[in-house]
Design a protein around this ligand. Structure first.
Ligand code: SF4
Length: 140
């Protein structure tokens, strides 16, 4: 994978700064973690025209970008405030897991991590039931 274009890198950087502010989340304390995710998002932006989450496997990326599920900031972020890539974290560099369903993999990995700014973010929290139904359908 070659280096992403400056234009895409700048666009993703701007999105991360703005979304941290909007959602009440923070960049990871280790800048290398953020840098890796930003590079992946910018590469997908160059390749696909959308910042598809770089931390997942897709059988067909071109098909995947037709849905908004894993376009950053993804549905998990907008519904549960959960970022499994650690791009949007607590100040300690943990993913917020408080709003996830109890049996979600994020809870299993990280335990319960409280949301330090519950008054911010979760613009799609009204879609939690719908999102949960999708997750269960994927597992079966
Ligand atoms: S998990 Fe969601 S919010 Fe986090 S980097 Fe991937 S798409 Fe963005």
């Amino acid at each position: 994978m070659g280096k992403p274009s400056e234009k895409s890198l700048e666009r993703v950087e701007r999105m991360v700064t703005n979304f941290c502010e909007k959602s009440g989340t923070f960049r990871h304390p280790d800048p290398k973690i953020t840098e890796g995710v930003v590079l992946g998002l910018a590469a997908n932006l160059d390749e696909l025209g959308r910042p598809l989450c770089p931390c997942r496997f897709y059988p067909d990326k071109k098909e995947e970008v037709k849905h908004r599920t894993w376009i950053c900031p993804c549905d998990d972020m907008n519904v549960y405030k959960y970022c499994h890539c650690l791009l949007f974290c607590t100040p300690e560099g943990l993913p917020v897991t408080e709003h996830l369903p109890a049996d979600h993999e994020g809870r299993g990995t990280w335990g319960e991590v409280k949301d330090p700014t519950p008054e911010k973010g979760r613009a799609l929290k009204h879609k939690a039931e719908e999102r949960e139904a999708e997750r269960i359908a994927r597992k079966s």
